[in-house]
Each structure stands twice: as structure tokens, then as C-alpha cells.
Design a protein around this ligand. Structure first.
Ligand code: COA
Length: 193
């Protein structure tokens, strides 16, 4: 029986995260290999600071670097490790307090990646449901997620969590280009699905 949980990244689970990176896990949907290398270096330099940086609900972290190299202020946000008898992947959430609006350079409130060796077990579907429950107290009437128009697995993850399609659009070159879909999801406790 799968028991997907979202963990606030903590020292006790760090060795398994390092092992996943060493095995080829890419924690980001763009520039994943470089992000993985940067994470390994940061963990080696100062594990506590690395963990603190993953949980930043006040947006104190350094600026975000966009695919075109430009920089923007960091929003409040955090990462949760998706766990089920071991590391399965990551899910991120960022927001602007008190509004559903996001700055133009932020393509959605949430993104997620499952380690290739843990895909197809339902973890992304359950992780997004758990995240919707976790963020419900923020009071946002909806959150947005952007998927690639061709990313059938991610589209399914969104649909299984009640996602409603808002629009199809072409990403700006600064966001990596390509056809994309914008979805809305309602934060709430998970249903029986
Ligand atoms: C997209 C991703 C997160 C899905 O993770 P996952 O844990 O394997 O997803 P789930 O097991 O919850 O499966 C979700 C649904 O997609 C379906 N699915 C899985 N892989 C698929 C594929 N390659 N093509 C079509 N459908 C697929 C599953 O059958 C399931 O559908 P169902 O509920 O109708 O059975 C994972 O493939 C991934 O990390 N991809 C790379 C990063 C990425 O694209 N992230 C999303 C960015 S928005």
C-alpha cells in the first residue's frame, strides 16, 4: 500500500537525498543537472544552510536566476520531499501572500519532479493532493500550475486533482519557449480519489 508523505527537508533524510542526486535525480524541470550539482556542492559546504534554504516561507533567499540568466526577487516558498519508504521526488510551492497573482516570470505556484525510478506509482498525483491540503490555510481561492502541452503524465496529475484548464499559451523565450497549459486547482483537503 503506497503511503506518500510530504516531508519538510531535514537532516535525518539528507543522506537519502544525496544518494538520489548521485543516482541522477534532477530536482528541477529546467537545468536539472546543474541544479543537482549545485545542491551536492551546497550540502557539502553547509548542510544546515542548504536545508534552511529549502524552507523559505518569507522569501529571504537569494534572487531567482531565469533561463535567460536574468535575476528576480525570490517569492516566499518551500520545497517538500515526497517520501514513501524512501525518497520519491520533490514538490515546490511559492506564492505572493494574500493574492493568487504571480509575477510574470513565475509560471505557476507549484512544480514537481519524481525520481525516474519511482515514477508510475501515483506519487505525483498524491503529492499534489497533499500540497493542496497543506496550502489550504493560506486562504488562496485557487493556485496555478503550468504544464508542457505535451507532458501527458503531468496533465493527468493535475486533472486527477481537479485541475481546470485556464489557457493554452506559448512560453516566452526567457521561460524556455514551447507550448504550455495553465491550470487552476483549488486548495482543499484531499478527496477519496
Ligand atoms: C510528470 C511526473 C511528475 C509524474 O510522476 P508520477 O509519480 O510518475 O505520476 P503518477 O504515478 O501520479 O501518474 C500520473 C498519471 O500519469 C500517467 N502517466 C504516467 N506516465 C505517463 C506517460 N509517460 N504518458 C502518459 N501518461 C503517463 C499515469 O498512468 C497516471 O494516470 P492515471 O492516474 O490515469 O493512471 C513525472 O513523470 C516526472 O517527474 N516527470 C519529469 C518532470 C515533470 O515533467 N514534472 C512536471 C512539471 S509540471
Amino acid at each position: 500500500v503506497p503511503l506518500t508523505r510530504l516531508l519538510r527537508p531535514a537532516e535525518e533524510h539528507l543522506p537519502e537525498y544525496v544518494a538520489a542526486l548521485a543516482r541522477g535525480f534532477e530536482p528541477s524541470n529546467w537545468n536539472g543537472k546543474e541544479v543537482a550539482r549545485a545542491h551536492l556542492a551546497a550540502i557539502e559546504a553547509d548542510p544546515a544552510a542548504f536545508l534552511a534554504g529549502l524552507d523559505d516561507p518569507e522569501g529571504r533567499g537569494p534572487p531567482v536566476v531565469l533561463p535567460d540568466g536574468s535575476r528576480r526577487p525570490r517569492l516566499p516558498g518551500y520545497t517538500r520531499w515526497i517520501w514513501d519508504r524512501g525518497f520519491c521526488g520533490v514538490i515546490h510551492f511559492r506564492w505572493q501572500p494574500g493574492t493568487t497573482a504571480l509575477p510574470p516570470h513565475v509560471l505557476g505556484h507549484s512544480g514537481y519532479v519524481i525520481a525516474p525510478w519511482r515514477r508510475g506509482e501515483g506519487h505525483a498525483t498524491r503529492a499534489l493532493g497533499l500540497l493542496l491540503a497543506e496550502v489550504a490555510p493560506l486562504g488562496l481561492p485557487f493556485i496555478e500550475v503550468t504544464t508542457d502541452a505535451a507532458n501527458l503524465a503531468s496533465i493527468r496529475v493535475v486533472e486527477r486533482n481537479g485541475g481546470v484548464l485556464v489557457e493554452r499559451f506559448t512560453r516566452l523565450p526567457a521561460h524556455g519557449g514551447g507550448e504550455a497549459l495553465r491550470w487552476r486547482l483549488v486548495p482543499k483537503a484531499p478527496s477519496a480519489a
